[in-house]
Ligand binder design. Structure first.
Ligand code: ATP
Ligand code: MG
Length: 197
């Protein structure tokens, strides 16, 4: 059997939004991926000075958002490992879970540069091919990326971020059509991102 091509889309997904979904779908089609695994990060103490929503809520929103796509699924590896997520651990674990398959790590081009600087890039490249998707307002800077191991893909500009979605909820502004309908409902049901009363 030929190896399967599996996309790995890591993120905090606090909340997951249509920017994530469009990027994953675009890369899936262009690279002929058999599946894309969304991998919500473990529970960091905080990210950029704010408390991150608990992992189970972020996991459930990711499941709700991806449920209708037959080639999208969600992995709990980072959540079940716990603590801060390091890309090298994610890829090592998934490489063990899917031996013989090809992993394609999908990430924003901005995050890609950081990942490859912080980690032992040689070990990362033994596990996966890296695909950096460009985000609105980001200028590609690929002069120090090794050739053959990293691809850069321009995805239709979608100026949506989780930060903007959280701020909208906090200000009582709608997030309809920025995130899938089920995620709007879930955020409301669990009263996520509201100002503390
Ligand atoms: P935050 O605003 O909290 O930083 P975020 O919107 O950047 O959240 P993350 O969960 O941090 O979302 O992102 C997960 C991955 O998706 C990252 O690799 C990020 O670069 C990428 N990404 C986020 N938003 C978009 C978008 N609008 N288009 C394409 N890729 C995106
Ligand atoms: Mg981000």
């Amino acid at each position: 059997m030929s190896p399967r091509r599996i996309g790995v889309m890591g993120g905090t997904f606090d909340p997951i939004h249509h920017g994530h979904l469009v990027a994953a779908s675009e890369v899936q089609a262009r690279f002929g991926l058999d599946e894309v695994l969304f991998v919500p990060t473990g529970q960091p103490w905080q990210k950029s000075g704010r408390t991150v929503t608990r992992a189970e809520d972020r996991y459930l929103m990711t499941v709700i958002a991806t449920a209708s796509n037959p080639v999208f699924s969600v992995s709990r590896v980072d959540i079940d490992r716990g603590g801060e997520t390091y890309t090298v651990d994610t890829l090592r674990d998934l490489h063990q879970e899917f031996p013989g398959d090809e992993l394609y790590f999908i990430t924003g081009a901005d995050a890609l540069e950081q990942i490859l600087t912080w980690h032992n890039a040689d070990e990362l490249f033994t596990y996966a091919h890296f695909i950096g998707v460009t985000r609105p307002g980001y200028r590609l800077n690929d002069h120090h990326l090794p050739s053959g191991k990293v691809s850069l893909v321009e995805v239709t500009a979608m100026a949506i971020s989780s930060t903007a979605c959280r701020e909208r909820v906090e200000n009582n502004e709608p997030i309809w059509y920025l995130v899938p309908d089920g995620v709007v409902r879930y955020v409301d049901k669990r009263r996520l991102y509201r100002k503390p009363e």
